[in-house]
Unconditional design. Structure first.
Length: 183
């Protein structure tokens, strides 16, 4: 009898802890981000994202990337000094590629990677979206259907930290060369 009471108390305590942690943790999540700077360097860092009402994970990551880009002085100075740039906020489920690799890489190869402009390619499935704004003026483009997008010379913040990602994620930043196609 004592074993049953003790077991019941342990299970009850465990359930209370689990439900309390779930209700407190539903509004925030720590995610690894990578910042691509105008000088070709990268910074990897952790940042808390907060879910807003009605947002899914990709939307929260992309919104947070946009906020981080807006707060970064180096990226903003780059955008003010360049012409012909596009500002993108994009997110969704699908295949994401970031080259040069957004994670850790060899210090021996660091010089060579900085000679190559950052290349991003995303192939979004259902639920993917991209908001494209030409900085010099022109019509905004909002894509909410499955699509592919390619950025060369990207400067901004990625919501994933590996060269390849197949998760819900997002990014925000500036690029001088942009190609996209709806599926």
């Amino acid at each position: 009898m004592k074993v049953k009471i003790l077991t019941t108390l342990i299970i009850l305590s465990f359930c209370i802890l689990v439900f309390n942690n779930q209700s407190e943790g539903t509004n925030e999540r720590t995610t690894l981000f990578v910042k691509y700077l105008p000088d070709g360097s990268t910074q990897t860092f952790q940042h808390n994202i907060e879910y807003l009402a009605g947002e899914n994970l990709s939307e929260s990551i992309a919104r947070t990337c946009g906020e981080l880009v807006a707060d970064d002085e180096q990226i903003q100075q780059y955008a003010e000094q360049q012409t012909g740039l596009f500002f993108l906020v994009s997110g969704g489920d699908g295949m994401h590629v970031a080259l040069p690799p957004s994670g850790k890489y060899s210090r021996i190869l660091e010089m060579y990677w900085q000679l190559v402009p950052c290349l991003l390619y995303c192939h979004y499935t259902e639920g993917g979206y991209s908001d494209i704004t030409p900085i010099d003026g022109g019509a905004n483009t909002n894509i909410t259907v499955p699509h592919r997008i390619l950025c060369i010379g990207f400067v901004g913040v990625l919501g994933w930290s590996r060269p390849f990602s197949f998760d819900d994620t997002g990014f925000a930043g500036f690029t001088p060369f942009l190609w996209y196609e709806q599926d």
